[in-house]
Design a protein around this ligand. Structure first.
Ligand SMILES: Cc1cc2nc3c(=O)[nH]c(=O)nc-3n(C[C@H](O)[C@H](O)[C@H](O)COP(=O)(O)OP(=O)(O)OC[C@H]3O[C@@H](n4cnc5c(N)ncnc54)[C@H](O)[C@@H]3O)c2cc1C
Length: 394
């Protein structure tokens, strides 16, 4: 048995024993059960995306997706907690200085890392951001507010994307032990209630150049990379949510009768179950393809955006269909479907809204289509000779 298979078996056991039985409790109490976080640490799951030379397991994107998927089926908040941590580890691994990796990957094996882009003035449009860093004697002084950070207040280390010039963005790592660092408001979100989503306030935080991720001015590129890494993992979460919705729908439809007919034997229920199953499977296929491409060193931005964009809308639909199959029980907070809808809904917004995904997917598709002007220049006379008579005849 490979190490990966052993790890995934242990994750499945954790999900079955320590997460799934507490699913409703997590939503109601808006926190993880006592001791669960330590069990996740003990299993090495926070080290999973840390490179081996810094003490991590360095699992592939495909394995990271499976870990997140298994846990998200048991409870979406737990999956999203690791999604946020893994995407942040990926940016530190890719862009961090050796000093920052040594320091913060040691934390990251025990504590969550967060990535923060969004500000009170806006998430989709970074030009509205107010946070900034100024250089002083070779060091950086950072000021500003970052909001709606997944794991915000739970994480101890944050990558923050701030302005270092009027049109220039750079990413720095700050940690909760630094003078000038404090936590602010924690959102009262309607879903994913097991983990906090909160604010980091930076008041004259001073960091050295070793705490810069990448180069000065690389902020937007790094933020986009973080999105790509988050979005395929969100596909894994959304697959898990839909696997759960499908199980609930099937069990209910197999037992509940209307008159003498089981719901499963009615075509209207069969339509719903087939829709949930197809939604779930398509979400899985596209997130796994994004992860496979990442592992193979191929571009994966477009597939990641598709996994999040299609997956979030599919999951909202699937969970709502499950809710509907259960009728009045589905609408009750005593059962899981209503919070599955709320959990899935978050992912139509977080890590870029679905509207932003449409633009990004379309831009990726259009990238290899020359503009009209270039096309005209590229077209040789023979082509034009063939095309013009056709146009005139039309
Ligand atoms: C559960 C959750 C977790 C999150 N975690 C993080 C995190 O870890 N780190 C982080 O930095 N942020 C995080 N966010 C914030 C999230 O990334 C932003 O909410 C998101 O980017 C949208 O920004 P906004 O809410 O400011 O909406 P706005 O940018 O103000 O947009 C408002 C609406 O207008 C639409 N819109 C805006 N511009 C356009 C356009 N050009 N074309 C078409 N429509 C447009 C949007 O789609 C949206 O519907 C999280 C949010 C949620 C809900």
């Amino acid at each position: 048995m490979t190490n990966e298979t052993k790890l995934l078996q242990a994750v499945q056991q954790l999900a079955d024993k320590d997460v799934a039985p507490f699913d409703l409790q997590i939503d109601r109490q808006a926190k993880l059960p006592n001791g669960l976080f330590q069990k996740i640490v003990d299993l090495g799951l926070l080290r999973a995306k840390i490179p081996k030379e810094y003490g991590g397991l360095d699992v592939s994107a495909q394995t990271a997706g499976k870990i997140v998927n298994i846990l998200a089926k048991a409870n979406a908040s737990v999956g999203v907690m690791l999604e946020g941590h893994y995407k942040s580890c990926d940016q530190l691994a890719k862009y961090g200085t050796d000093a920052a990796k040594k320091r913060y990957f040691a934390w990251g094996a025990q504590a969550i890392l967060g990535f923060s882009n969004t500000e009170p003035e806006g998430g989709s449009d970074p030009s509205k951001h107010q946070s900034y860093a100024v250089e002083k004697d070779g060091r950086w002084i950072i000021n500003g507010d970052k909001v709606m950070i997944t794991n915000g207040t739970l994480a101890q280390v944050y990558s923050v994307n701030v302005k270092t010039g009027p049109d220039e963005y750079s990413v720095f790592i700050v940690d909760k032990g630094m003078p000038g660092f404090s936590f602010g408001y924690v959102e009262k979100f309607i879903g994913l209630r097991g983990i906090p989503c909160g604010e980091v306030v930076m008041n004259q935080i001073e960091v050295g150049p070793e705490n810069m991720l990448g180069k000065r001015g690389q902020g937007l590129e790094i933020a986009n990379n973080a999105h790509d890494d988050a979005r395929y993992l969100m596909g894994a979460v959304l697959t898990g949510i839909q696997e759960r919705a499908l199980d609930i729908a099937k069990n209910y439809a197999a037992k509940r009768k209307s008159g003498n007919t089981l719901l499963k034997d009615m075509q209207v229920t069969q339509y719903k179950i087939s829709k949930i199953a197809t939604n779930k499977e398509l979400t899985r296929l596209v997130y796994e393809e994004a992860a496979r491409r990442k592992d193979a060193g191929l571009p994966y931005m477009e597939q990641s955006a598709m996994a999040k964009c299609f997956g979030s809308q599919a999951a909202v639909e699937s969970c709502d269909l499950t809710l509907h199959i259960m009728g009045d029980y589905g609408y009750s907070a005593e059962f899981s479907p209503e919070h599955l809808v709320r959990d899935a809904r978050a992912m139509e917004i977080a890590e870029g809204t679905i509207e932003k995904m449409y633009t990004e997917i379309s831009n990726a598709e259009m990238a290899d289509v020359p503009s009209q002007e270039v096309a005209r220049k590229q077209a040789d006379l023979t082509d034009l000779d063939q095309i013009l008579p056709l146009l005139e005849a039309a």
